[in-house]
Design a protein around this ligand. Structure first.
Ligand code: ZN
Length: 190
């Protein structure tokens, strides 16, 4: 057995143990069976920015869509549309964070020739944003904020039911960047 496999097995066993311990300690809240989230969040997959933890929310509160780079891809838009149209979410949040590896990869002038094509579904939307960004110019912090603003605009301009819900005020858009160094939440207009 490889060391990595042994580590993975140990991590999985610990996660299962913690899951069962959590349920035993807190009980299983049957109200969670009602799917009635107060907000939908489009966030990065980065392990350091879990929306429910950062916003101090329990299970059942946030409908979370996570993709590296927080991009409003077709799949993400479909999920957010479901949250607004079927679950009645009144608030949609785009959450970025400083030191984002996906945005950094898109800024990289010499991408990995093997990995870059595979990562294209993640990097292409960020590349598109960078191509139109006058303030980015290799600046990671500026690019992260611009990326949140870009994705807010994409959601606002959505031609489907989600865009209609936003235009009619049934869903409100908010954007923010979580600063990993300070823990502060910096609001982003878009
Ligand atoms: Zn990220």
């Amino acid at each position: 057995m490889s060391e990595r496999r042994g580590t993975a097995d140990a991590v999985w066993a610990e996660l299962v143990r913690r899951h069962d311990e959590h349920v035993a300690t807190h009980g299983y809240d049957g109200t969670v069976a009602d799917h009635n989230p107060v907000a939908a969040v489009l966030a990065c997959s980065d392990a350091r920015v879990p929306p429910s933890v950062l916003f101090g929310q329990d299970a059942g509160s946030l409908f979370v869509v996570r993709i590296a780079g927080s991009s409003a891809t077709a799949g993400a838009v479909a999920s957010l549309t479901f949250a607004v149209e079927r679950l009645g979410c009144p608030l949609v949040i785009v959450l970025g964070h400083t030191n984002c590896g996906a945005v950094r990869a898109a800024l990289d002038d010499s991408p990995d020739p093997v990995l870059a094509p595979v990562l294209a579904p993640i990097l292409a939307p960020i590349d598109e944003m960078l191509a139109a960004c006058r303030s980015c110019d290799g600046d990671l912090d500026a690019a992260v904020a611009a990326n949140v603003a870009h994705n807010l605009r994409r959601l606002r301009r959505n031609r489907g039911p989600l865009g209609t819900a936003i235009a009619e005020g049934r869903a409100v858009l908010r954007g923010a960047v979580h600063d990993l160094a300070t823990g502060r939440l910096i609001e982003v207009a878009g």
